[in-house]
Design a protein around this ligand. Structure first.
Ligand code: CIR
Length: 260
């Protein structure tokens, strides 16, 4: 069973970090309603759902993906690249400790979960403005003994690796090739997003479905033609906070003790 962890949108979302989005107001109520629809899409895809409460002191807390990297064997609690976000990890760590042993990234390392794309035993990490060499090295030292191979990926003009490339099936990556060097994805098949649909590259695989940004209509047709089941999800309000679909959840396999 897949557990989807989310966090409610902070009423202080207006004070979030912004690096790439155009400056402008964020409509809190609209963000809440789009976020609820996103959570519903995860439940409809068969996920169990657990929501952490929002906090005023964590404007970016809704983007739970950045706080941890969850593998089958362990959860690595990050040290986010933005200092304003470091306090977000405590509640995520506390919840994840129910499901996985924990490890952590330490100062001077920084790492955002949005930079980490896990495909089987290969862990791709974007070298971004948020994830530094020390953080990436620490992650490698934690996961190598568990049989994982870490591979650094060059990205440009985006916040995180997964802004530009996401895993949408076994060995299958959806990418905006103008922002990520896809040569790094050796042994994987890469599907490009349709022209003008860069935001569609941040898609979220949940069980047999792929949640896709509603603005990516032609990319959606491209995936449908390959037999991939997609669900269109509106995300334009949190996109004003540089947030995409993967950012708003942590998905992990858990044992509920119930036989399928
Ligand atoms: C930030 O700049 O940290 C947030 N405003 C957006 C984080 C989005 N997270 C993600 O792509 N994984």
């Amino acid at each position: 069973m897949i557990l989807a962890i989310t966090r409610a949108v902070s009423p202080a979302i207006e004070r979030c970090e912004i690096t790439f989005a155009a400056p402008g107001p964020i409509d809190y109520q609209r963000a809440v309603s789009q976020h609820s629809a996103y959570e519903r899409a995860l439940r409809d895809a068969g996920c169990l759902h657990q929501r952490l409460p929002a906090a005023d002191q964590h404007p970016d807390g809704v983007f739970v993906e950045d706080a941890a990297i969850v593998l089958d064997e362990i959860a690595v609690i990050t040290r986010p690249g933005a200092a304003s976000r470091r306090g977000e990890v405590t509640s995520v760590a506390s919840l994840l400790s129910n499901y996985r042993p924990l490890a952590g990234i330490q100062n001077p390392g920084t790492l955002d979960g949005g930079d980490v794309l896990v495909s089987g035993k290969t862990v791709f990490v974007g070298r971004s403005g948020r994830s530094n060499a020390a953080g990436i090295r620490q992650l490698e030292n934690i996961i190598t003994p568990l049989g994982y191979r870490l591979c650094v990926v060059a990205i440009r003009d985006c916040l995180h690796l997964k802004s530009a490339a996401t895993l949408i099936g076994d060995g299958l990556i959806l990418a905006d090739e103008s922002r990520v060097d896809t040569r790094a994805f050796a042994g994987h098949q890469v599907i490009s997003v349709a022209a003008g649909e860069a935001d569609a590259a941040n898609a979220l695989r949940a069980g047999k479905r792929v949640l896709l940004n509603a603005s990516g209509e032609r990319t959606r047709e491209r995936l449908a033609a390959r037999g991939i089941e997609t669900v269109a999800v509106e995300n334009d309000e949190l996109a004003k906070a540089d947030g995409g679909l993967t950012c708003c959840s942590l998905l992990l396999e858990i044992d509920t003790g119930v036989k399928p």
